[in-house]
Design a protein around this ligand. Structure first.
Ligand SMILES: Cc1ncc(COP(=O)(O)O)c(C=O)c1O
Length: 388
């Protein structure tokens, strides 16, 4: 629990928070609801393999997202691997320069090499012009054969523009929508774009199934392939597939996912009010910009990103991250896809953003008083530099 922050900050000897204030959503249902759900599983003795709760979660997700198929799996990395296999992606696939390594690694498991393009300086989402240049500039023996868009930090890329580019070039496009569960885009929930979209339900995300993920698609054939790839037992209509995996979602994950789905509106509203508070407190500090989630009608606000201009703020992004760590506040530096290491010179926005953006804690475990404290630490860090 946090201790009295202002006095702790006057005395730099002890951190403002006694325990780590972590980045990541960390929503959990109350213990009683969790216990009742687990009791049901133990009474039924049905623990995995498309059980009644996994089937119920798929139905509820289809209704919530407004898609024909929500194929639940054990995590988004497996979901991305299954997606790559189901779409028969080979050779090279385009990813945004700022992207979780899980995407590249899922592709690598399928023998596909990621190639990165640059991102938008205001939103950090994939930049369409850079996507075009990268695809068209690739040599014939290293052609880009697929586009992996990503909807990052509660914002969204321009999925329609990417889908139209993919159509023009005859490429499949899919979206890593790990951070975008519940966001609305062009009048409906994210999940309806491209061949498919993959959502992660790890504890970092607004929908938390203690792990878990789903692949959303409107394509019946693709869904049938995914359901057959998901496990060697298959599920639903059998269709021929080359490889199967074991990506089944357990009943325990589905139970927690269902409870978390019930809580979505409350968790989104809580994130929104924390975001409003951060915005109000940080906007007066010179050299900081709260990054608004672009490309969405409504965000899940599951991430709070700040851009720091080192010359104006007085400290570097990494020095601020370190300063916050002293007070037990996790501030995560935005990092580049590992593939970008080879290409940084060609991706100037990615390079800039990965040295100047940081993510601050929001989520069910964060209360407004904690945000006040975090903002106070940041203001003090700025004042210390400008006074020096
Ligand atoms: C953008 C992105 N994609 C994919 C993943 C992988 O998700 P999972 O942990 O469900 O495998 C992550 C994990 O943090 C992520 O941030």
């Amino acid at each position: 629990m946090p201790i009295d922050a202002p006095s702790a900050m006057r005395d730099r000897g002890s951190p403002a928070f006694a325990q780590l204030l972590a980045v990541g959503q960390r929503n959990a249902p109350g213990w009683e609801r969790y216990e009742a759900a687990m009791r049901g599983i133990f009474e039924r003795r049905y623990y995995t393999n498309q059980g009644p709760l996994a089937r119920e979660l798929e139905q509820r997700l289809q209704d919530f997202l407004g898609v024909k198929h929500a194929v639940c799996v054990t995590n988004a990395t497996i979901g991305l691997m299954m997606a790559s296999e189901a779409l028969a992606i080979s050779g090279q696939a385009l990813v945004p320069g700022v992207c979780d390594r899980a995407v590249e690694h899922a592709l690598a498991w399928c023998g596909v090499e990621a190639v990165a393009c640059d991102v938008d300086p205001a939103t950090g989402q994939i930049c369409l012009d850079s996507a075009v240049t990268t695809i068209d500039g690739a040599s014939v023996d290293a052609a880009v054969n697929a586009i992996i868009g990503a909807n990052l930090w509660g914002g969204a890329c321009d999925a329609e523009a990417l889908a139209s580019l993919a159509r023009d070039r005859g490429l499949p496009v899919l979206f890593d929508s790990t951070h975008a569960f519940g966001c609305t885009v062009r009048g409906g929930r994210a999940g309806r774009f491209g061949a498919l979209e993959v959502f992660s339900f790890s504890e970092s995300n607004v929908l938390n199934a203690a792990g878990g993920a789903c692949v959303a698609t409107d394509d019946d054939e693709l869904a049938a392939r995914l359901r057959n790839i998901r496990s060697s037992y298959g599920a639903g209509r059998p269709v021929p597939v080359v490889k199967t995996s074991n990506g089944r979602m357990s009943e325990a994950q589905a139970a927690i996912g269902l409870l978390s789905l019930d809580d979505y509106a409350a968790n989104q509203a809580h994130n929104q009010s924390l975001t409003d508070l951060y915005r109000a407190r940080l906007s007066s500090i010179a050299g900081l910009r709260v990054v608004e989630p672009g490309g969405v009608d409504a965000s899940n606000h599951q991430a709070l990103l700040v851009e720091l201009d080192e010359r104006v703020f007085g400290r570097s992004r990494d020095a601020l991250v370190e300063r916050l760590a002293f007070d037990n506040v996790e501030a995560r530096a935005v990092s580049r896809a590992s593939v970008v290491a080879r290409q940084t010179a060609a991706l100037p926005v990615t390079a800039r953003l990965c040295s100047s953006w940081l993510e601050l804690p929001v989520g069910a475990h964060v209360r407004e008083a904690m945000v006040e404290t975090v903002c106070e630490i940041i203001a003090r860090a700025h004042q210390e530099e400008t006074a020096a």
